[in-house]
Write a protein of this length. Structure first.
Length: 180
């Protein structure tokens, strides 16, 4: 059993069991607090009934006009709580809020091109690669910088799927050419 609730600032003191993970980035405190003050309805914590942190998602709404969208900045689940649909539940919540409240045309996210489990999960949820961004991520443990896939899923305001494309893996760009 688990509880899905809003992420709170005090969760930063108890999410080590989630963040001590190869794929999970730890940002500065001001980074998290900016998200909590600006987009509290796009930041979620999933916890056990007795309050142990299981996983969280942090998102925002950004862009303008035909680029207005929800963005998944981080989603991660502690290893001992994986494959329980926690990520699916948080993605559903973030998409619903992006669609119904923020009226975004799509939801997007960035993922390391070597993170096959996450890429497969997103594709299973209806996301597709929109473009590849060269050297978007710093290397881990001394390895070279790594490319990202920018993946998108259209929301209800884009019934004709104008915000996604078929050949996104072939579209290569650099971080300085994209707005984030
Ligand atoms: C990716 C991650 C968030 C998935 O969390 P999760 O709670 O285990 O995912 P869910 O249980 O909601 O799985 C949803 C679907 O994704 C796919 N999936 C998730 N983990 C998978 C795995 N290890 N192997 C194969 N498929 C997997 C499955 O299709 C799954 O649906 P199913 O269980 O009905 O088959 C988790 O593995 C994680 O925290 N990884 C480290 C951080 C990370 O990579 N975050 C993404 C950065 S962009």
């Amino acid at each position: 059993m688990s509880v899905l609730r809003a992420f709170q600032a005090t969760d930063l003191f108890s999410f080590n069991n989630i963040n001590l993970d190869f794929w999970t980035e730890t940002f500065s405190i001001s980074f998290y607090l900016t998200y909590l003050s600006r987009w509290p309805d796009l930041c979620y914590m999933q916890e056990t009934p007795n309050g142990r942190s299981m996983g969280y998602a942090i998102g925002k709404a950004e862009g303008s006009q035909v680029d207005w969208h929800g963005h998944v900045t981080a989603i991660t689940v502690a290893p001992e709580f994986r494959r329980l649909s926690l990520a699916r539940n948080m993605m559903n919540a973030l998409e619903r809020m992006s669609d119904e409240v923020y009226k975004g045309l799509f939801v997007d996210l960035f993922v390391r091109i070597s993170n096959q489990i996450a890429i497969d999960m997103y594709e299973g949820m209806g996301y597709s690669v929109y473009r590849r961004i060269q050297q978007y991520y710093g290397g881990i443990n001394g390895s070279p910088d790594e490319d990202a896939y920018d993946m998108r899923k259209p929301m209800s305001r884009d019934p004709h799927r104008r915000t996604v494309r078929q050949n996104g893996r072939d579209i290569v760009t650099t971080a300085k050419n994209i707005t984030m």
